[in-house]
Write a protein that binds this ligand. Structure first.
Ligand code: NAP
Length: 251
């Protein structure tokens, strides 16, 4: 019976926006693979929560910026579920505030390796499994971009903004590339969302500091972003591909 259930893999699914996506998919009856890179405690706790709610989920460690890890990640999903219906390219990083004239090669390469190359590698593996061209049954991919791609993030992290610009372009190109192969590819572009990512970039007060400047005078929640992702993954969005959906409260 489980073999008939749809499956979802979310990179960086253990915390923040990714965890909210995993929870919504679990409630909707998907079998869920939760990827993480270092915080095993958070991943294990989420999987225990999903299982306690009656779901079928597992955690799988892997750095999306490593080709070997990405290959192993998708093979783990093959072994556990035997099919892949939905994939969310969610794992992403920011860095500490810096101007472009202060950025090191090491910083730039890490940003692009995880946010851009990692997303491409994962999309590649998802397409290999979903595409009718490769014997798959089709599927849906959602990439997590950012309002930063439109705003540029001056004085904060132009490198991060540019990495998300690449995600928008990849979304449009890949959507058209696989449109006849049963795969829809879309992006969700969140504005400032309440998660731990801001603290990881050395700005734990970023949401509180910026919320008065936002049109709705508040940040979004991970659940509000996840709802948009879940809609794009679902059959309700069957004629939507190559779209970039802003979930940014008007920003
Ligand atoms: P978060 O709370 O910092 O969570 C990040 C998740 O990604 C964690 O599960 C983390 O795993 C995982 N991760 C980090 N680096 C990874 C890697 N190299 N390989 C695999 N997994 C990795 O982040 P978030 O705020 O939910 O952000 C999720 C996505 O939304 C990102 O792409 C981000 O750019 C985008 N976004 C966020 C906001 C916002 O305001 N929060 C706004 C726009 C866009 P561990 O727990 O093991 O570290």
């Amino acid at each position: 019976m489980n073999a008939e259930k749809k499956t979802l893999l979310v990179t960086g699914g253990s915390r923040g926006i990714g965890a909210a996506i995993c929870r919504q998919a679990n409630r909707a009856g998907y079998r869920v693979a939760v990827n993480y890179v270092s915080n095993q405690g958070a991943a294990d706790a989420l999987v225990a929560e999903l299982k306690a709610a009656g779901g079928d989920a597992f955690a799988v460690k892997g750095d999306v910026g490593s080709e070997a890890d990405v290959t192993a990640l998708f093979e783990a999903v093959d072994r556990a579920f035997g099919r892949l219906d939905a994939f969310v390219n969610n794992a992403g990083i920011v860095d500490v505030k810096a101007r472009v004239d202060e950025m090191s090669v090491a910083r730039l390469e890490r940003m692009m390796r995880i946010n851009v190359v990692g997303s491409f590698l994962c999309a590649r593996e998802a397409v290999k499994r979903m595409s009718t061209r490769h014997g798959g049954k089709g599927g849906a991919i959602v990439n997590i971009s950012s309002a930063a791609a439109r705003l540029g993030s001056p004085g904060e992290y132009v490198d991060y903004a540019a990495s998300k610009g690449a995600i928008d372009t990849m979304t449009i190109g890949l959507a058209r590339e696989v449109a006849l192969e049963g795969i829809r590819v879309n992006a969700v572009s969140p504005g400032i969302t309440e998660t731990e990512i801001h603290a990881s970039g050395g700005q734990p007060d970023r949401v509180a500091r910026m919320q008065d400047m936002l049109p709705m005078k508040r940040a979004g929640t991970a659940d509000e972003v996840a709802s948009a992702v879940f809609y794009l993954l679902s059959d309700a969005a069957s004629y939507i591909t190559g779209a970039i959906l802003n979930v940014s409260g008007g920003r």
